[in-house]
Design a protein around this ligand. Structure first.
Ligand SMILES: N[C@@H](CCC(=O)N[C@@H](CS)C(=O)NCC(=O)O)C(=O)O
Length: 235
């Protein structure tokens, strides 16, 4: 392996995409170096490792970069497949296809609502519209949870799997939005299965110290992200 076998993650602590990769590495007990990026002044390593999108996360395996969080999750699954570490994706091809479908759904619907609720809305009406889209998507995911988990603790069954880490990455921001709007996005009355799933996911060892639980700290960081987004793009 060029540059050794060490793993390094370039990330930002609040990013749902980064968080899911870190939870996956923790689940697999893989040691890695974590490097916090300043997206207002991206490192030369980030720009060289992800020249197409220039986004985090980047996983460096030795000297070789892997980009795009869902691609990284699948890469980790494949590289460490023979180590006895449980796979994030199911082994059955149909169940695997379903997990990929729902993970894509999460980033499409929840991801765009997340952007709308926090970063692109310019009025309270726009925020409320984005919140409504998030809530509608979560109600659909409540049904997906029932189908995928088959009555077990996680989308992945007894253990945290692909859809769990993909959705779980957003939980820190859900907490911050809850505080902002004064009610819960994952409402135990409307989505009881997901509400219990959230508790289990947050309590998992792999999520500890990675899935943010301090809504105030997230909200304090929001202006920094808005400044990054609104800065003229030089790189
Ligand atoms: N589809 C990408 C999204 C990554 C992404 O948008 N990351 C944001 C941080 S949350 C980023 O690096 N933004 C910097 C930029 O767009 O310049 C993935 O899943 O990895």
């Amino acid at each position: 392996m060029a540059g050794g076998d060490e793993l390094k993650v370039l990330g930002v602590w609040t990013s749902p995409y980064v968080i899911r990769v870190r939870v996956a590495l923790n689940l697999k007990s893989l040691p890695y170096e974590y490097v916090e990026e300043n997206l207002g002044s991206k490192s030369a390593l980030l720009l060289a490792s992800n020249p197409v999108h220039k986004t985090v996360p980047v996983l460096l395996h030795g000297a070789r970069p892997v980009n795009e969080s869902q691609v990284i999750l699948q890469y980790i699954d494949e590289v460490y497949a023979s180590t006895g570490i449980p796979s994030l994706l199911p082994t059955d091809p149909h169940e695997r296809a379903a997990a990929r479908f729902w993970a894509a759904y999460v980033d499409d619907k929840i991801g765009s609502a997340w952007q709308g609720m926090l970063f692109t809305c310019t009025t309270e009406e726009e925020r409320a519209e984005a919140v409504a889209r998030a809530v509608a998507a979560l109600e659909t995911l409540e049904g997906a949870f029932e189908e995928c988990s088959k009555g077990k603790a996680f989308f992945g069954g007894d253990a945290i799997g692909f859809v769990d880490v993909v959705l779980g990455g957003y939980l820190g921001w859900f907490g911050a939005v809850d505080k902002m709007i004064g009610r819960r996005l994952i409402d135990p009355a409307r989505t009881p299965l997901l509400a219990r799933w959230e508790e289990r996911f947050r309590a998992a060892e792999a999520a500890e110290g990675v899935v943010p639980d301090d809504a105030d700290k997230m909200l304090e960081f929001l202006p920094t992200i808005l400044a990054w987004i609104n800065a003229p793009k030089s790189k």
